[in-house]
Design a protein around this ligand. Sequence first.
Ligand code: SF4
Length: 466
Amino acid sequence: MKTDGKLHEECAVFGVSLTADEAAGVTYNGLLALQHRGQEGAGIAVVCENKILCHKDSGLVGEVFSGEDLENLPKGRTAVGHTRYSTTGSSTKENVGPFVTDYLTGRIAAAHNGNITNAGEIREKLRRNGLRFDATSDSEVVSALIAYCITKEQNTLSGVIQAAGLLQGAFSLVIASGRDKLIAVRDPSGFRPLCIGENETGTAVASESCALDVCGFEFARDVAPGEVVVIENGRIICQGIKFSGTGDGQGLCIFEYVYLARADSVIDGLSVYDARFNMGGVLAEECPADADIVCGVPDSGLEAAGGYSARSGIQLASGFVRNRYVGRSFIYPSQTQRDSAVRQKLNPLAANIRGRRVVLVDDSIVRGTTLEKIVKSLKGAGAKEVHMRIASPPVLHTCYYGTDIDGGDLIANRMSLDEFRNKIGADSLEYISMDGLKQACGQCALPFCTACFTGSGARAGKNGLE
Ligand code: SF4
């Protein structure tokens, strides 16, 4: 578990089909843009002369792929890539995607973002049919199921459609077949984002549109919930194919807008930046404060702070300087040094803070482990008052759809609002309402999953894997 008190996404996926041999390099660039969705492992699988070659390991994208590693991978015309944050299965190299699975007449590589709620059951059935598993993640189960169904159907597309219909929970998938096909699949609820971009060199599929931008693809559209899209030789050859699954009756994860996605992405018709700015505006209306300046907690509280300032008329100011280079190099050998870790990353800007009454806006409170240090550091820098405003409601329930939110860890389940406000030393603490959050994201084309806030629709089991 991470120590920053935030929730974490399980993975990012990227896939590309090109008319020239550049797929591995483009996928590497795509994964760099999606690094925020998973920092524990990364991998790329490239199709080359009916074979699929894969390189993956634990670590950040730039650590997993040295220049030499990239040189050693075939360049290829079709590739899929994956970054991982482990919420199911341990954080080992074996659990990093993409997963390459052989079947009777071929090979596929699959990259998966989400959480399969019936993965344990499927794995047992496949085991009884003689399949072997090396890892403990649900993504390996997805890849094995697809390979199994392709063998049964004797057709790649029919096999993928059949497998998708058997999966429950959250899944955005990109699949490469040894025959240079790239297939994108999104679960019927559309929990996790998945979009398509095109340019004159080919077509790419990515968890977020920021990766399409960075790699020079023009956003074409989102993959629809419950849709399969087939791409070959750089062009979509088949789309709008539906499969028989019913989903879990939810919708797009509203936390994508709150925290998970990058602000420069557009998901299902709504810009993440706009959504966060709107959240700040609604928050200012619902939870006003008598203050001199508004500051956001970097980075994901900054847009909501802008919205709060615009709606309230209170001046927006930088409250912190963020050390962008600290990364994972900071070491935590003692409690004292652990405490200074937050300070190493975020140092208050005393010139702006001193003698001021501050509205401090953050996107969410999940475990609440760092807020006390942040508020203390503002007061230490001379803030007269600190009024915390949170751009999402209290998180109360476990997430079963691809993040590591666990009901037992949540601060809102362990303390009353007043106890927590006292603990962090804030002068006031208020959250946006659920209706307010939905209103801020009202331009999204899909209904939302809000299960971790409301408990509605949450399933009883994670996925049956360790
Ligand atoms: Fe997102 Fe919460 Fe639903 Fe999980 S439970 S998918 S974090 S909205």
